[in-house]
Ligand binder design. Structure first.
Ligand code: FES
Length: 151
């Protein structure tokens, strides 16, 4: 018998991306990956070209085990699994817009779980100084944590 993953006992605040839709987005990202590394600029360009939120493509990467995102000395790693129901996609979109605004300087990673499900949404900010786990993270928290890490 497996222990169910604890989820917040708060009502979901957001809607997950439908799994069929994620599978389709995953195929688009696979095609992108065949032309080079999945850097935020390439992910952003794909999202803009297709008129879809870049976070949806990141959620598709989290599901596709064969796809890898490049890391950097500072990497913001998001849970794009069940945390979607509590606003993970908004946090990812904010990280991507910070990346655009700053012209880079960090990488974006995704996982299907970061083992802090009860405190969704969750982001790990990995830096040379260590890893900070941000819980119940809001888009503004992501921007502030990145500003601190990149100062
Ligand atoms: S689903 Fe476990 S941390 Fe997001």
């Amino acid at each position: 018998m497996t222990t169910p993953t604890p989820t917040p006992n708060r009502a979901p605040t957001h809607k997950d991306v439908d799994l069929h839709r994620l599978a389709g987005l995953g195929m688009e990202v696979e095609e992108l990956a065949s032309g080079g590394p999945l850097t935020p600029d390439r992910m952003l360009a794909l999202a803009e070209e297709q008129g879809k939120p870049v976070s949806h493509y990141y959620a598709a990467v989290a599901l596709a085990t064969e796809l890898e995102l490049p890391a950097a000395p500072v990497t913001a790693v998001f849970c794009a699994g069940k945390c979607q129901s509590w606003g993970a996609l908004d946090a990812i979109d904010r990280a991507a817009s910070e990346w655009e605004r700053r012209g880079g300087g960090f990488a974006i990673g995704v996982r299907t779980c970061l083992d802090r499900c009860a405190d969704a949404p969750v982001c790990q900010l990995r830096t040379p100084a260590g890893t900070a786990t941000l819980v119940r993270v809001k888009p503004d928290d992501v921007a502030a944590a990145l500003a601190d890490a990149l100062a």
